[in-house]
Design a protein around this ligand. Structure first.
Ligand code: AP5
Ligand code: MG
Length: 190
């Protein structure tokens, strides 16, 4: 069983690498951002209540995001998973640890992908041309997402550092180079 948190600012490459890692280690993959976007697309009540947060680049409420992950775990706990974009606050991390403990699981490693702000903005603006993601289209919203990451999310690294589970890698370079660094970091912890 291997539970991996992929951690880093918006645009650092979490989604890109999560797909590759899930295949490499035969793990499930959950992106809380994707779950929220799919609720919005389906026009559910939950989706409607999430639209404002996403389009402003703010975090959704902890209670709602945690329930999304709890729901996912009900049907995806027979093997480990890559958690992409979750947990994003210390409150989420604490509840997540308890949730996993209840099913005799734990977070094995949090890998932080370090990418400088200008490269984050460059990547997201490039993707925004055809991603259709509302939060990709304006530089103001992108910079706000990065600021929210700094103010509310970066601190979650301390939570897993205290548990001896935090590792940082350089997120610059080609996708293959970053993937190789991730594998090296994860294999060293396994
Ligand atoms: P979420 O969907 O998680 O978005 P994000 O964190 O802002 O990150 P992105 O998905 O934009 O980037 P990424 O790190 O996945 O990078 P990617 O691989 O796409 O969250 C969206 C929103 O949902 C949040 O703002 C919040 O409102 C809400 N939300 C989600 N989770 C939440 C939670 N837990 N709590 C509360 N609210 C939550 O790469 C980016 C681009 O760069 C791509 O085009 C890619 O092709 C390219 N790229 C990737 N790697 C490289 C490389 N090595 N070199 C060059 N380009 C690259
Ligand atoms: Mg993503």
């Amino acid at each position: 069983m291997l539970n991996i948190i992929l951690f880093g600012a918006p645009g650092c490459g979490k989604g890109t690498q999560a797909v590759r890692l899930a295949e490499h280690y035969d793990l499930y993959h959950i992106s809380t951002g994707e779950v929220i976007r799919s609720e919005i697309k389906r026009g559910t009540e939950l989706g409607k209540s999430m639209e404002g947060y996403i389009s402003r680049g703010e975090l959704a409420p902890d209670s709602i995001v945690v329930e999304m992950v709890r729901d996912f775990m009900r049907t995806h706990s027979d093997k480990g998973a890559i958690f992409d974009g979750f947990p994003r606050t210390t409150a989420q991390a604490e509840i997540f640890d308890t949730m996993l403990g209840e099913i005799d699981q734990k977070v094995d490693i949090m890998v932080y992908m370090d990418v400088p702000e200008e490269e984050l903005v460059r990547r997201i603006l490039l993707r925004g041309k055809d991603s259709g993601r509302k939060d990709d289209s304006s530089e103001d919203v992108i910079r706000n997402r990065i600021e929210v990451y700094r103010q509310q999310t970066a601190i979650v690294a301390e939570h897993y550092t205290k548990q001896g589970k935090y590792v940082a890698i350089n997120g610059l370079g080609t996708m293959d180079e970053v993937f190789a660094r991730l594998i090296e970091a994860i294999d060293a912890k396994k």
